[in-house]
Design a protein around this ligand. Structure first.
Ligand SMILES: [Zn+2]
Ligand SMILES: [Zn+2]
Length: 335
């Protein structure tokens, strides 16, 4: 099968590219796994962190990609949740231990033995991939794979970030950065009655935010038109932490959604934290987050705005993402 591997992590715009096209054997599913024929795989910023070495190498030559929509091609000998031909989604979280204190508390996103698709195990920049059946999501037929794929990480993480940001019903939400995850979270929040204020640099992202119903759209560092009840920082830019904290009203919460963030500058207690403002992070997600979000997104018509690339141009998709040229979410399509 055709696949892409990360060889020597480094800048995706550099030479040689860290992402290398290869021909490799179709993987065999383990007893409790599924073999999935990939229809589409979203391109997530975390793939960029894996390719560029911002995240440590967990598996040499890993195939990136963890927003996978496909159909079950083969079922492991001890697997029984799905049948051949079922449509499934494969996401970032692919293993938790089930017995540590975090797993026992229902906080498996914090499991110390967790493993991730496209980092610890091969992902979806390929024609086939495998997934432990307990970590696969059932997806409906009749929705384009391209529109579904970004829901599987960008959407789920955005949903967890929204929960972590403690937005009150009908409240004012600030969104800093407006890429794949943000544009799905904004749709969900607006559908649920929130007022959404978007802070972003790129003109195409501002246009998209307006089209999706944002109440206001301005530069990433601009003052907020109104005090925010909650904010989510999607841009991996630590300099925006004090900016977003200063935009919060009393009691507001800022959730940092990224897995990687540049250094946070010194905070001023009075301006940034006093009056019970909260700064928190978002770490991965639970399977429950995933199932809740996918059900809501399908019911409320949350759909990704996408830019398709054929599988053979995954390197170009990552370069475009790194350069801020992608509006919405880039998605690889297997032809
Ligand atoms: Zn655990
Ligand atoms: Zn992701």
């Amino acid at each position: 099968m055709r696949a892409w591997e990360v060889h020597t992590p480094g800048p995706v715009s550099g030479s040689p590219s860290p992402l290398v096209a290869v021909d490799r054997a179709v993987p065999q599913p383990g007893p409790t796994e599924l073999l999935v024929r990939v229809e589409a795989c979203g391109v997530c910023r975390t793939d960029l962190h894996v390719a560029e070495g911002d995240l440590d190498v967990h598996l040499a030559g890993v195939v990136p990609g963890h927003e996978i929509v496909g159909t079950v091609a083969q079922v492991g000998s001890a697997a029984g949740r799905f049948a051949v031909g079922d449509r499934v989604g494969v996401a970032w979280l692919r293993h938790t231990c089930g017995s540590c204190r975090w797993c026992r508390q229902g906080r498996e996103n914090l499991c110390t033995a967790s493993r991730y698709t496209g980092w610890d195990a091969d992902g979806g920049y390929a024609e086939f991939t495998t997934v432990p059946e307990a970590f696969a999501y059932r997806l409906p037929n009749g929705v384009a794979a391209e529109a579904l794929a970004p829901l599987l990480c960008a959407g789920i993480i955005g949903y967890r970030a929204l929960m972590r940001a403690q937005l009150p019903p009908g409240g004012r939400l600030g969104i800093y950065g407006f890429g794949g995850s943000a544009h799905l979270t904004a749709q969900l929040a607006i559908a649920q009655g929130a007022q959404v204020h978007v802070f972003t640099r790129e003109q195409h992202a501002r246009d998209l935010a307006r089209r999706l119903g944002a109440s206001s759209v301005q530069d990433a560092y601009a003052a907020s038109p109104a005090p925010l009840d909650a904010a989510i920082l999607f841009a991996p830019v630590g300099d925006l932490v004090p900016v977003a904290l200063a935009a919060l009203g009393p009691g507001g919460t800022l959730a940092v959604a990224g897995i990687h963030l540049s250094d946070v500058p010194t905070l001023d207690y009075q301006r940034h934290l006093f009056q019970e403002r909260t700064l928190t992070s978002v770490t991965s997600n639970t399977r429950r987050d995933g199932a809740e979000f996918l059900a809501l997104a399908l019911r409320l018509g949350v759909r990704a705005t996408t830019r398709p690339y054929p599988l053979g141009r995954a390197d170009e998709a990552l370069r475009d993402l790194a350069a801020g040229r992608v509006c919405g979410a880039a998605v690889l399509l297997v032809d």
